[in-house]
Design a protein around this ligand. Structure first.
Ligand code: DQA
Length: 149
């Protein structure tokens, strides 16, 4: 059985649905989880869907993923724009990684237009809301397949 895809969500994403709905939409994180899970099932993957407000917790989960996951989807939220530690962890994991953002970070504040973690990601999807997580599953299923071919 394939190892799961770890789907890691950073700070304040637990507030989805209530938090700035004009920017992030009205779907909750549970809605995002369900959509991601059903898309993963179509490709024969389970997901480990997690959220933390703590940078160190996210680092620990990325380290865990190195052994336990096929690939990583990460929305590091605010830590995207600040965290060398998350980048280091992603690079050390040596797994396919897709960075996801619900909002289009390039249409927002200038400080959101730089991501530390992109250097450790195969691809970046932003601005498509929960759909971005589904597309990330699609992309990772293909990347993992081609790696195992
Ligand atoms: C976000 C974008 C980040 O700039 C922001 O800090 C978030 C969410 C997104 O999903 O659009 O918390 O990652």
């Amino acid at each position: 059985m394939a190892k799961p895809i770890f789907v890691l969500n950073g700070p304040n994403l637990n507030l989805l649905g209530k938090r700035q709905p004009d920017v992030y939409g009205t779907a909750t994180l549970e809605d995002v989880r369900k959509r991601t899970e059903s898309r993963a099932q179509q490709h024969g993957y389970r997901i480990e869907f997690r959220q933390s407000n703590h940078e160190g917790q996210l680092v620990d989960w990325i380290q865990e993923a190195k052994e336990a996951a096929s690939a990583i989807i990460i929305n590091a939220a605010g830590y995207t724009h600040t965290s060398v530690a998350l980048l280091d962890a992603l690079q050390a994991a040596e797994l396919p990684v897709i960075e996801v953002h619900l909002s289009n970070i390039f249409r927002r504040d200038p400080f959101r237009q730089h991501s530390y973690i992109s250097l450790g990601a195969h691809g970046v999807i932003c601005g498509l809301g929960a759909k971005g997580y589904e597309l990330a599953v699609e992309a990772l299923a293909e990347i993992v397949k081609s790696q195992n071919a």
